[in-house]
Every structure is written in structure tokens, then in C-alpha cells.
Design a protein. Structure first.
Length: 240
């Protein structure tokens, strides 16, 4: 099991990242999503709340040059009349695609069949997504990555990972890039097994302090009580 602190401190540019897992005491579902940026357009963002989720927003609207891949809702929540709650977290507007698909009875994987990696060659940034499902006092989650075939945009490689009844203190970490580069190399392999330790404040502080100071932009962390559905959220923005 990897330590997130060291994993982040040793990588100056993992890009965008999703962490999902269960708290060490077994009572909370933990979700984290962060964004980083190298360009002025990417760095000119903040997270703001929107309903039970969040969206990205330009910190300085006059500096926003292209909103297409930087302005979106990373987190949305879908609740069913039967008491099931789905929390969707992604690095793009596929959040809406998943939300709409689940609303129409599609699965997480089926919903993403209409999408592929971002059209930002030569990087072809992977689309990473996560789904946390809470129902009847139980918790499971899925993660997905859609990426080019080693930089070849003619082929989209699709991977979905499902975790039933996650172990206490254990999570998975999926991010867009292996490390900094030009072009940026896409993430490879399974989502990394990482420790989920402490309460929401210590966990969030650890993540924020471990991200590269120059490149980090924003961080969202949520701990959800698996039994009751009540949650706490923390948001960090470098631009204040």
C-alpha cells in the first residue's frame, strides 16, 4: 500500500487526480479530487460549491481563454427514491454524461461508452472518473480511465475498475499523467492502492500540502457517513 503523501511529493505533475476509499475507522466513504495546471488558463481556476457538488470557475474571467476543457462540474450527486445515493467525480464534463446515463438506467461503464480521451493533442489527456454508491448502509465504488493508445488518437483504450465493500483505511488513487513531460505521458496500470488515514481535516491538509506548490490549483475532499449519508466537505483553492 502506497502512502499518498510520498506519492504526491515525488511527482511534480500528476495532473488531475481522484482518490476514493474508506476511512480507517470504517465509518466514512472518502473522496478527493484535485486539479493542477501548467498553463495560465489551467491555473486560473477555483472550486465553488454547486448544489451538493462542485464546479470549476475562472478566478479572473478576463484571463479565461478557452473554457471547453477547464470549466465543468467535477462532482455531482444523484439520489434515487429508493434511498440509493451516487456521487460522481470526474476530471471533465463526462460528469454530466454519467449523471444523465445513470438517470436513464445505464451503468457507469455504459454511460462512458459515448466518451473518449480529451481532444488536446499531443497530450490526449485521459478522462478519469469515479462513482461512489451508498445504499442500505453499504458502500462500493468504481473508477474508469479512457485514454489514447500510447498517444495514438486512432484508438481509445477503456478501463473500468470496481471495488465492492472496500477495506478500512484503504483507497485507490487514479490520476491523468504518470509525471511531467512534453507530451505528458498518460497514467498506466491499475489505480494505486493507498492508505486513507485520519479525519477529513488531517487527510485534506496532507493532500494539499503534498501537491507541488507551483502546479497545484484546487482540492476537494468529502467524507460521507456510510450509515446516515451525512457528509463533510473541504475545499482548498490556491487562488483566493
Amino acid at each position: 500500500m502506497m502512502q499518498l503523501e510520498q506519492e504526491l511529493k515525488n511527482n511534480a505533475y500528476p495532473g488531475r487526480g481522484i482518490v476514493i476509499g474508506r476511512s480507517a475507522d470504517g465509518k466514512k466513504a472518502a473522496i478527493a479530487y484535485f486539479i493542477m495546471g501548467r498553463s495560465t488558463n489551467s491555473r486560473n481556476r477555483v472550486f465553488v460549491t454547486e448544489g451538493e457538488g462542485i464546479r470549476t470557475q475562472a478566478f479572473d474571467p478576463e484571463k479565461l481563454t478557452d473554457p471547453s476543457l477547464v470549466i465543468y462540474a467535477p462532482v455531482r450527486v444523484l439520489a434515487s427514491p429508493e434511498g440509493q445515493t451516487d456521487i460522481i467525480v470526474t476530471n471533465g464534463d463526462q460528469t454530466d454524461t454519467i449523471y444523465d446515463g445513470l438517470s436513464r438506467g445505464l451503468t457507469f461503464e455504459q454511460s462512458l461508452r459515448s466518451r473518449q480521451f480529451e481532444p488536446d493533442g499531443p497530450n490526449y489527456t485521459p478522462r478519469i472518473s469515479g462513482l461512489v454508491r451508498l445504499a442500505g448502509g453499504k458502500f462500493d465504488y468504481c473508477m474508469s480511465i479512457l485514454k489514447s493508445n500510447d498517444g495514438d488518437p486512432a484508438c481509445c483504450n477503456r478501463y473500468t475498475f470496481t471495488y465492492d465493500n472496500p477495506a478500512d483505511g484503504e483507497g485507490r488513487f487514479l490520476h491523468t499523467y504518470m509525471h511531467d513531460g512534453d507530451p505528458l505521458p498518460s497514467f498506466q496500470g491499475e489505480p494505486k492502492k493507498v492508505a486513507v488515514q485520519g479525519d477529513i481535516d488531517s487527510f485534506a491538509e496532507m493532500l494539499w500540502e503534498s501537491l507541488n506548490e507551483e502546479n497545484k490549483v484546487s482540492l476537494f475532499v468529502r467524507f460521507i457517513d456510510i450509515a446516515t449519508g451525512q457528509y463533510e466537505t473541504r475545499i482548498f483553492n490556491k487562488n483566493q
